[in-house]
Write a protein that binds this ligand. Structure first.
Ligand SMILES: Cc1cc2nc3c(=O)[nH]c(=O)nc-3n(C[C@H](O)[C@H](O)[C@H](O)COP(=O)(O)O)c2cc1C
Length: 172
């Protein structure tokens, strides 16, 4: 077995965290996380996304409450809110937020993709212009929990070799 390198370890370390310590994320760490997002690829290099960083405790709590009552989101030191530009798809933004999430993981922070959002309400809280919508968001903070790992489907169900219906398995 080949030992996973640091990048792979980060990917394997990531899991959804739903309990945080109320501590700020230092500016230099936030900077590295945002730079990772900025370097993410986008189709035709359109960079058709924006990201709002929410650190003010009051606003964090309001945003969290507008995520279908997922109040734990507001405990984290920062919330990264991914904004979709008018008439744009979701793909580029998803890559961007995942870059940010993996960067945050590599720095030791917990994160969680959040999609259960009252988008009108969060958009209003953040003053989004007409046509701009909240796509997804993630808290970034110090984990206060080590939840059990969520299961994944077996490789044979997920991967196929050379064409549909030919299961592929691999060894680690
Ligand atoms: C697009 C997307 C939206 C999600 N929305 C939520 C959410 O609103 N609330 C939540 O607690 N988890 C949410 N999750 C987290 C998933 O439940 C989680 O990633 C999945 O169960 C696998 O667990 P893991 O992230 O710990 O590996 C979302 C994940 C994705 C990718």
């Amino acid at each position: 077995m080949t030992e996973p390198n640091a990048t792979l370890q980060t990917m394997w370390q990531r899991q959804s965290i739903r309990k945080y310590r109320d501590e700020p994320v230092p500016a230099d760490h936030l900077g590295l996380i945002l730079e990772a997002a900025r370097r993410a690829p986008t189709g035709s290099n359109r960079q058709n996304w924006r990201l709002i960083v929410v650190t003010a405790p009051d606003l964090r709590q309001q945003v969290a409450a507008a995520c279908m009552g997922q109040t734990w989101i507001g405990e984290a030191g920062a919330i990264l809110v991914l904004v979709k530009l008018p008439d744009q798809g979701d793909t580029n933004g998803a890559i961007v937020l995942d870059h940010a999430i993996l960067a945050a993981t590599s720095l030791g922070y917990g994160t969680c993709w959040v999609g259960a959002i009252d988008r009108e309400q969060v958009g209003a809280l953040l003053g989004l212009p007409d046509g701009y919508t909240v796509q997804n968001l993630t808290p970034v903070g110090i984990a206060d929990d080590t939840p059990p790992r969520r299961p994944r489907k077996a490789p044979e169900e997920l991967f196929m070799a050379e064409g549909w219906g030919r299961p592929l398995s691999y060894e680690l």
